[in-house]
Design a protein around this ligand. Structure first.
Ligand code: ZN
Length: 255
């Protein structure tokens, strides 16, 4: 379990580096394969060693080797975040998920959520090219891999939460977009019932707390839109990794 977690963490560094490309290019409608990675300021194509996650940033002192333009600290941060979340996902889902294919699916789930969260922060959009495949993958995984949730649970959970959020989006269009509806349907498909409730509850709670914090500290004004995607993603990852423990704890408390 320890070895698998470390391997997943190292894999996370590489995937995180790829997610940086996805986060930058997908909202701009650019290809994620070609051209190769280059400095956004001067276009200098990056050599293999300049692509080593985190390390190359430290070696280059956070600057482009060609034009000396500072490189955003967000690139190594996304790589580290992906590594940490991959490590945690391997560590905590290996004990519950028996099938290696389930672990693989969980890692894909976490990776896509990281990309969606940062794109939502940057653009207030959740692109269909990421949310819809996530929905399909969640449904396929539930139908093909035995375990929790089952295919039908996954389908019902996706339709139920997607339908509920669609209703909210229709009644209150300035607060919720259709991107949030598609994301929450995908989350429902992946997590099933009742984990999806926990995910939405935690996401809304953390979102509300940080919304109030941003208002009070004057970092956002009242009518300003706050992206919901990152909070839903955070709630979902907590529900994925610790949902069973949280429910056990809750029921013990209520009894
Ligand atoms: Zn440059």
């Amino acid at each position: 379990m320890f070895l698998i977690s470390i391997t997943a963490g190292l894999l996370g560094l590489l995937i995180g580096s790829f997610l940086n490309v996805v986060i930058y290019r997908v909202p701009r409608g650019e290809s994620i394969v070609s051209p190769g990675s280059h400095c956004p300021a001067c276009g200098h194509p990056l050599k293999a060693w300049e692509l080593i996650p985190v390390l190359s940033f430290l070696i280059q002192n956070g600057r482009c080797r060609e034009c000396q333009e500072p490189i955003s600290w967000r690139y190594p941060a996304v790589e580290l975040l992906t590594a940490i979340l991959f490590l945690l996902t391997a560590y905590f889902s290996w004990s519950t998920a028996i099938y290696p294919s389930q672990l693989f699916l969980n890692l894909v789930f976490v990776a896509v959520l990281i990309a969606l969260s940062l794109i939502d922060i940057d653009t207030l959009r959740l692109p269909d090219v990421l949310t819809l495949p996530l929905l399909v993958l969640g449904l396929l995984g539930a139908f093909l891999i035995p375990g929790n949730p089952t295919g039908w649970e996954s389908l019902l959970s996706a339709m139920g939460t997607g339908g509920l959020f669609l209703l909210i989006a229709l009644l209150y269009p300035q607060g919720m977009g259709l991107g949030d509806v598609k994301l929450v349907a995908a989350l429902g498909a992946f997590l099933g019932f009742p984990a999806i409730f926990l995910a939405v509850f935690l996401g809304s709670l953390i979102g509300a707390i940080s919304g109030v914090y941003l208002l009070v500290t004057g970092q956002k004004c009242f009518r300003q839109q706050i992206p919901f995607g990152p909070y839903l993603a955070l709630g979902s990852i907590i529900a994925l990794l610790w949902g069973t423990r949280i429910f056990d704890w809750y029921w013990a408390l209520v009894k």
